[in-house]
Design a protein around this ligand. Structure first.
Ligand SMILES: *Cc1c(COP(=O)(O)O)cnc(C)c1O
Length: 379
């Protein structure tokens, strides 16, 4: 059996470092907003090439706190990708603003810069490009459009720790980047965690206050804030894992290369992810497309290969967003992707032999699937 992601082996590979981090926190007697969070913020900001990092409770709150700090709320619109994990949309909804979906370029899976301007209205305040599956979004054209229209840019970096765009790490291309340290991410805690990186000192200071009951000085509350703090234990564990991020991402890139070579030219129906010329992906996920995706997943499961779908239902078709009134067929590119995407196993502890076994299983499964009519495969 080849697991989709072996979190147990990933973390056990660092057992001694993680136990030492736990001992340090236990021995310190200090569990919230102390030395470990401060050091992690310093180290992660440096890793991202950003001026500041603010640790928060999770990735969703990293985004909603930034939007709130920018004063975005009811009556405002925020442009989001039509295909993303639902957190990107919910962060907008949580501040009372309206998510305005823009379709992706199916070749990159990322928001299509050429479609953004048509979605801008007098109410638009910000754009949230998502570096989906670890591949950096096309930040240069996105930032150009945002500047021309006076919009803020918040990047959703939850899937792209360590990735770079045009020679520069993700971390401060836009006005702020929101990160998640959910256990399955490239930099994952042993529980929930999140952060914001930015070059904007005033934003960082506002976030430090917002995450902690609107307080910058103990028991003095300047505004109605939240409780959204990265805790000391998770920060200490993340400090132990941060030095292995680049090696883990290099291993992921090698697996992706092996998949691309091993599956190239196999079948016109199997669409492999495109490699960006001007960016280094974090290869959080290796996502293929196939018109008979569910059957392909089933055949892989029968061959002992784990796979997952990111994601099975488009955000606008979720019951949670029925009130937006976006019917089936209204965002056809996103809908076609949601019907066809399948994520193959990838992770820092996956071996070449395991990767080859996945390749063999995919080759066998694809060959066994019925060729389908052109209409069924058309987006
Ligand atoms: C994981 C993820 C998030 C949310 O992170 P949490 O820490 O689980 O709140 C946001 N956006 C994307 C694209 C994600 O993959």
């Amino acid at each position: 059996m080849i697991p989709f992601l072996d979190l147990r082996s990933i973390n056990l590979a660092q057992r001694a470092d993680l136990l030492a981090a736990f001992e340090r926190v236990l021995g310190s007697g200090w569990f919230v907003l102390g030395h470990e969070v401060q050091q992690f913020e310093r180290e992660f900001a440096q890793c991202c090439g950003a001026g500041h990092c603010v640790g928060v409770g999770n990735g969703l709150e990293a985004m909603s706190l930034v939007l709130r700090a920018w004063g975005i709320g009811p009556g405002d619109e925020v442009i989001v990708p039509s295909n993303t994990y639902i957190a990107t949309w919910m962060a907008v909804t949580h501040v009372g603003a309206r998510p305005m979906p823009v379709e992706p370029d199916p070749a990159s899976f990322n928001i299509d810069p050429a479609r953004i301007e048509a979605a801008i209205t007098p109410r638009t305040r910000a754009v949230i490009p998502v570096h989906l599956y670890g591949r950096p979004a096309e930040m240069a054209p996105i930032l150009g459009i945002a500047r021309r229209h006076g919009l803020r840019v918040l990047e959703d970096g939850a899937q792209a720790h360590g990735a770079s765009y045009r020679g520069q790490r993700l971390g401060a291309h836009g006005d702020a980047v929101a990160w998640s340290f959910y256990p399955g991410k490239n930099l994952g805690a042993l529980g929930d965690g999140g952060a914001v990186t930015t070059d904007d000192l005033a934003l960082a200071e506002r976030l430090r206050q917002l995450r902690n009951y609107g307080s910058s000085r103990k028991y003095h509350n300047a505004e109605i804030g939240f409780n959204s703090r990265l805790d000391e234990l998770q920060a200490a564990l993340l400090r132990a894992k941060l030095p292995t991020l680049d090696a883990g991402n290099r291993r992921r890139a090698a697996i992706a290369r092996q998949y691309l070579d091993g599956l190239a030219g196999l079948d016109a129906a199997l669409c492999l992810p495109a490699v960006a010329a001007d960016a280094h992906s974090a290869w959080h996920l290796f996502v293929v497309r196939h018109p008979q995706r569910d059957l392909l997943a089933q055949r892989l499961a029968e061959a002992g290969v784990g796979s997952m779908i990111h994601y099975p239902v488009a955000p606008h078709l979720q019951p949670a967003y029925a009130s937006l009134g976006l019917a089936a067929g209204s965002l056809p590119i996103s809908e076609a992707l949601h019907a066809q995407v399948l994520s193959l196993p990838i992770g820092p502890t996956q071996s070449d032999v395991q990767t080859q076994q996945v390749i063999d299983a995919v080759r066998c499964a694809v060959a066994s699937l019925q060729p389908c009519s052109p209409a069924a495969g058309a987006a």
